[in-house]
Design a binder for this molecule. Structure first.
Ligand SMILES: [Zn+2]
Length: 197
């Protein structure tokens, strides 16, 4: 068998974050030993996500149908919006089953030194929703690190004049952490223990 096709797969796998040459080799030989159907299903899942995933035009979650399944779910509480930095944060919060409202993804956090100013985030889109959609509470679930706190502070200042309740998750989350990696119990407590700003 030609080494070339394995080398090619190894080279492709090393593009992934956290996958060095050794891990890529191990994965490549594992894929080689898999039933064809399973290996094919991984390849198809990658193609499918690249061809069909887009941002929800309302909340900026990743979805294959626009608006997304959360935005169109009539059983959800449409008076609460939970603001997060990344679509992956929604998955973490949904796992807790504590929150039944809507989301808004900023697609980042403020970081002026890196050129991430408010206009680079989906903040105007958030304000538009808050002005029009009958929202009673905005939960700021940006990460409890420097950028996330700065973002929460900025959002508090510009949302306050709109008159709705603004809460911030905090309790139980270690400072400097990322909510994506918080365990479910910690994240549940952080949501339940949110405080009004
Ligand atoms: Zn949506």
């Amino acid at each position: 068998m030609s080494q070339g096709i394995i080398d090619n797969l190894v080279a492709e796998l090393t593009r992934l974050p956290g996958i060095g040459r050794k891990s890529a080799q191990r994965l490549a030989f594992f894929i080689l030993s898999m039933p064809a159907r399973e290996a094919k299903s991984i390849a198809e899942a990658i193609i499918n996500v690249k061809e069909n995933a887009k941002f929800c035009s309302s909340c900026y979650n990743i979805t294959d149908s626009d608006p997304c399944a959360i935005c169109t779910d009539s059983s959800r509480d449409r008076t609460r919006i939970c603001v997060v930095e990344e679509p992956s944060n929604i998955i973490a919060i949904e796992r807790t089953k504590i929150f039944n409202g809507l989301y808004h993804v900023l697609l980042g956090a403020l970081s002026p030194l890196d050129g991430i100013t408010p206009d680079k985030l989906r903040i105007d889109e958030l304000l538009h929703r808050l002005r029009n959609d009958g929202i009673r509470e905005v939960i700021l679930a940006t990460n409890p690190n420097t950028k996330g706190e700065m973002t929460a502070k900025y959002l508090t200042e510009i949302i306050k004049p709109l008159g709705m309740e603004i809460t911030r998750i905090a309790y139980g989350l270690p400072i400097g952490s990322d909510i994506e990696f918080a365990d479910e119990v910690t994240l549940s407590k952080a949501l339940e223990g949110r405080r009004t700003l």
